[in-house]
Design a protein around this ligand. Structure first.
Ligand SMILES: NC(=O)C1=CN([C@@H]2O[C@H](COP(=O)(O)OP(=O)(O)OC[C@H]3O[C@@H](n4cnc5c(N)ncnc54)[C@H](O)[C@@H]3O)[C@@H](O)[C@H]2O)C=CC1
Ligand SMILES: NCC(=O)COP(=O)(O)O
Length: 340
């Protein structure tokens, strides 16, 4: 007997954003070659039903009680695990802290399902971070929240954000902090810890036997021998030496402005960058539509589209589901690599 693959647990994300629409569209694409394994959404069913009608998307919704029911429903309807939290009216494009509790509960339940072996991976829809902060959410984003949910005996794993398109993988070494805090936040210990996690994950989940890491300089011209900033000499070069001493292939610090064109990218498998935009600008410029955000370093698999809530497009039916579908495919590949 062939064992049934575990489904993907998809979170609702910001209900006033494009996430719910993208899930409906991803389900409608389910028969395309290599569309991901069955998935279910954790959301108020009425939100999805009403949106499908408003947008004219022929996506029936069927409520399931447990993740194992997703596979038998998936061919005929989008399986939904209902959030029993009282449903607040949603206006597309207008997020409200009033829905924050449900948004958070959807993420918590998805993680519980994966930890319990009921689902293969968490695929998150974008959250409106400002609305969640107004609702009391204490984490910068999913990445850190998921690490907290995966804490074992009070110890949180170090979560590492990686964004991937077929042509490039990038890791921001600092994430949601002001640019003015970057240099004082970056340490050699952190770069080494992230480098280890990235190298291990590329081997385990991405079938790269000997991952090649490249580390971007923080300053123009990688510091110009210390004349335009010293972080390359005091933080990055020592971290590179330590990683190399552990047998990890690393080059750098490279001049960041010259490391993302096609010929330069051929020298490495992943670029570790000093700050959020140094990493994400090249990636989203090369391929905005297929970017996947994957959290490394957790005991669970989590992927997400690379974009946000796109409030300017919400409720119009014109948002692209390609990035969410790419996130589902990556979660499927990673789960296959881990044998579930
Ligand atoms: N993983 C997550 O939960 C993420 C959440 N966000 C959140 O999203 C909110 C908005 O962030 P922004 O910086 O404005 O980024 P955004 O990605 O929501 O929008 C940037 C631009 O890209 C367009 N766009 C985004 N997704 C698209 C799609 N699927 N199809 C077509 N066009 C698309 C938007 O219309 C907009 O013009 C913020 O609260 C941010 O924190 C942002 C990134 C990831
Ligand atoms: N720009 C990437 C981003 O904001 C992703 O954040 P997260 O919610 O996945 O931690």
């Amino acid at each position: 007997m062939v064992a049934m693959k575990r489904p993907l647990a998809v979170t609702m994300g910001e209900p006033a954003g494009i996430g719910p629409e993208l899930v409906l569209k991803a389900w409608l694409e389910r028969d395309r070659p290599k569309t991901a394994r069955p998935f279910y959404v954790i959301a108020p069913p009425a939100l999805l039903r009403e949106l499908a009608v408003t947008l004219g998307l022929p996506c029936p919704i069927e409520v399931i009680a447990t993740p194992d029911q997703a596979a038998s429903v998936f061919d005929r309807a989008l399986p939904v695990i209902a959030l029993d939290l009282g449903y607040v009216a949603v206006t597309s494009g207008k997020p409200s802290p009033a829905t924050g509790r449900a948004v958070i509960a959807s993420i918590e339940m998805a993680v519980q399902h994966v930890k319990a072996g009921l689902a293969a991976a968490v695929v998150t829809n974008p959250i409106q971070k400002s609305a969640l902060y107004d609702a009391g959410f204490k984490h910068p984003g999913h990445t850190e929240f998921l690490a907290a949910l995966c804490a074992d005996q009070g110890i949180e794993p170090l979560p590492v954000m990686m964004l991937a398109v077929p042509e490039l993988k990038v890791v921001p070494l600092t994430v949601h902090i002001p640019l003015s805090d970057v240099a004082k936040t970056l340490t050699a210990d952190h770069v080494v810890a992230v480098g280890r996690i990235v190298a291990a994950a590329l081997k385990r989940d991405f079938a790269i036997a000997e991952p090649r890491l490249a580390i971007a300089g923080l300053n123009p011209h990688a510091g110009e021998d210390g004349r335009i900033g010293r972080e390359e000499q005091t933080i990055l070069a020592p971290a590179i030496a330590r990683l190399q001493a552990e047998g990890i292939t690393v080059i750098g610090p490279l001049s960041a402005d010259a490391m993302f064109h096609a010929k330069a990218r051929a020298r490495y498998d992943v670029a570790l960058c000093g700050y959020h935009d140094q990493a994400l600008i090249p990636l989203k410029t090369i391929d905005f539509d297929h970017g996947v955000n994957v959290t490394l370093g957790l005991p669970i698999i989590r992927t997400s589209p690379d974009h946000g809530t796109a409030l300017d497009l919400a409720g119009q039916g014109i948002a692209s589901a390609l990035s969410l579908i790419a996130a589902m495919r990556m979660a499927d590949d990673m789960a296959n690599a881990r044998g579930f």
